[in-house]
Design a protein around this ligand. Structure first.
Ligand code: NAG
Ligand code: NAG
Ligand code: NAG
Ligand code: NAG
Ligand code: NAG
Length: 285
């Protein structure tokens, strides 16, 4: 009996001790999870999820507006649409009137958005919208890019690069690029990058020679940031070019990346089959 009583007291004492709160509880730990970009940990800030394959991205930083194209039909059908999300939006806003909208580009300086679909290119003023203007007709547009105040696009199915002179309202084919291309970019040095079925090639400014790049052969997107650095997205990583030895250097490993763009501070914004995500430096210990 005595022994049981002693044991009982002992249990109470032990129990009492373990439930007693320490005087200075340690602060809750911020989990150090995320994605390394250029060797620095970044957290994934989800801008929007529940999306149906957001493909191409373009940001109007002035209003924190992110335009994207997406799959508008069944997974097996090639029907596309364009929408945008703004800060604190819970739902995207669809842009109506573009047939099979797939390509997006924003001219931040001139506050204009360009949308490419299966019947050409539309333009919209982002300050004072006068409705969509149908500026290029009867061409199926695969990709749209703005460099040096010119609008470049890749036409489908020819996959040839075209240039549209916005002021003159004239479209010309880029004769110096005869290849069928998937992506195209001009970086801050004025050098051109093209991707073909054989991989990635660089054409130095004012030259015609194709310099092949070692590394991945299939890409999802190429985008140039505000500093003029081209970023190459393969299926599961983002790369920058090492222009001296003509290789791609991986800067971030991201699964199933679809599209990429940059905010005004050059933080990466990317899409995967269901989300649009921004990568922000992670402050954690
Ligand atoms: C990553 O580092 C490269 C090389 O320093 C730089 O050019 C590029 O802008 C960086 N990209 C990002 C997203 O930090
Ligand atoms: C977004 O929401 C946050 C938190 O509710 C608020 O502080 C911020 O002002 C909002 N931003 C805009 C642009 O509405
Ligand atoms: C955009 O702005 C630049 C510089 O102000 C100007 O030269 C160019 O013509 C503008 N382009 C269009 C299409 O408005
Ligand atoms: C631009 O040219 C196309 C024909 O190539 C024409 O249909 C369209 O109306 C023109 N747009 C403007 C603004 O002049
Ligand atoms: C090219 O340069 C980068 C950066 O210095 C280096 O990581 C890479 O190993 C080099 N590749 C080759 C093939 O020399």
């Amino acid at each position: 009996m005595k022994l049981i009583l002693v044991l009982f007291c002992f249990i109470i004492v032990v129990f009492g001790k373990t439930t007693k709160k320490p005087d200075n509880p340690p602060p809750p730990k911020v989990p150090c999870e995320g994605v390394h970009v250029n060797g620095t940990l970044h957290r994934r800030h989800i801008i929007m999820n529940g999306l149906n394959r957001p493909y191409q991205l373009a940001v109007y930083n002035h209003e924190h507006k992110i335009f994207f194209s997406y799959n508008a039909g069944e997974d097996t059908q090639d029907t596309f649409g364009i929408a945008y999300v703004k800060i604190n939006d819970t739902m995207p806003t669809e842009i109506l009137g573009i047939k099979n909208g797939f390509a997006v580009a924003v001219d931040e300086h001139n506050k204009t958005a360009y949308f490419g679909g299966s019947d050409g290119i539309y333009k919209d003023n982002l300050v004072k919208s006068h409705g969509l203007q149908h500026i290029v007709k009867e061409l199926d547009i695969w990709d749209l890019q703005i460099f040096n105040h010119h609008l470049y696009f890749i036409q489908y199915p020819s996959q040839r690069l075209h240039k549209y002179d916005i002021k003159e309202n004239v479209t010309t084919i880029e004769e110096h690029i005869q290849e069928k291309i998937y992506q195209f970019a001009i970086d801050g040095d004025g050098d051109t990058f093209i991707t073909t079925r054989d991989g990635l090639f660089e054409i130095k400014k004012g030259e015609n020679h194709r310099i092949p790049y070692v590394g991945p052969k299939v890409f999802r997107a190429i985008e140039v940031n505000h500093k003029g650095v081209a970023h190459f997205c393969a299926k599961s990583a983002v790369y920058v070019a090492h222009k001296e030895n003509h290789t791609l250097v991986e800067i971030a490993s991201i699964k199933n990346i679809f599209g990429i763009t940059f905010d005004s501070s050059d933080h990466i914004i990317y899409s995967n089959p269901h989300e649009i995500v921004k990568l922000l430096p992670h402050e954690c210990k």
